[in-house]
Design a protein around this ligand. Sequence first.
Ligand SMILES: Cc1ncc(COP(=O)(O)O)c(C=O)c1O
Length: 381
Amino acid sequence: MHIETLLAHLAEEGGVYDPYGASHLPIYQTATFDLKKQSGSKIYDYTRSDNPTRDALETVFAKAENGASCSCTHTGIGAIALLFETVLKANSKILVEKDCYGGTYRLLQVYKDKYNVEVFFADFTDLLEIQNLLETDNFDLVLCESPTNPGMKIIDLRELAMLAKNNGSKFAVDNSLATFASQKPLDLGADFSVFSATKYISGHGSTVAGALVSKWEEDGEKVAYFANAEGRSQNPFDVFLISLGIPTLPLRLKHHEQSAIQVAEYLEKHPKVNKLVYPGSKNHPQHELAKSQMKIFPGVLTVHMQNVETAEKLVAATRWFGEKASFGTADSRIEIPAKISHASFSKEDLQAIGIFPSTVRLSIGLEHIDDLLEDLENALK
Ligand SMILES: Cc1ncc(COP(=O)(O)O)c(C=O)c1O
């Protein structure tokens, strides 16, 4: 079955048991279930541990990622915390691609301070360095995004999975940017795919959500245990809000991609732009690797402007690009990562990943491309 078909049949494929044959996911907005009054194949008792609405989305996410099971969480960062709780112990070692989401960076500081977890940041495109690190130390977890954001590097997930496996480490990929409609980390060798569903998956920017998909049943059982024990599970109404975007995800992604390619072509030639980084551009040094891992390029671009003033003017002067955190919505967005999404990074760590106050991140929405290009042209005058 192709991903488009799976997502179009969300309720059916999610295994929804509904006496009326509801064609979309029914919302079981209840805290408890009466054990004496159930006739379904599965017995529910308490929504923190299990809920039919959430179960359906988890089943579809697990199928979409080709995993054994999935736990849906109340935020994307909650899913990353759930991953850490499942895999890490006090004094564990974790190896993380240094170009990671600002919230992940902040969460790692928490684990470092509270649980003495040793956090090693590295450049995952330097496979020799990663091999050396993994051979000289025992890591419980290796974690990266691909594409990285905002650096827009492509990590060779097949290679990383092999290196992590040889070292006995679990390998997790944050798939928020590419999404399962484009990239399947578990098929490339990862043990976990974790993502924020707040972005492309919801697509409407109406709520925050996350998910952690395990490749192996045994890991999935541990994840479900911690999701319940620590109360990380998503509530049914927010699951429903997320479900509204699911059937259109592949279509939307293709539109985002087409527009982003045109914006990239325009900005690449603009005299006020120092450098544009977009994996969907043929000029991206890892374009071929990107193509081998992703079916569709996401609509997020990183633009290094001539200087801070040009960057700030661009952000302020655009009409259709809201200065907002997050990405992957119908409306286009613009931000200076050093000020918003990556404000929790130390200045040195931000410079180490090549992000400066003159770096701008664009999330290309679903508006007409002519309006977006005209807007950028006016703002850059
Ligand atoms: C790559 C990535 N992972 C995780 C998150 C966290 O997701 P949420 O905001 O849903 O908690 C974000 C949020 O921007 C992100 O960009």
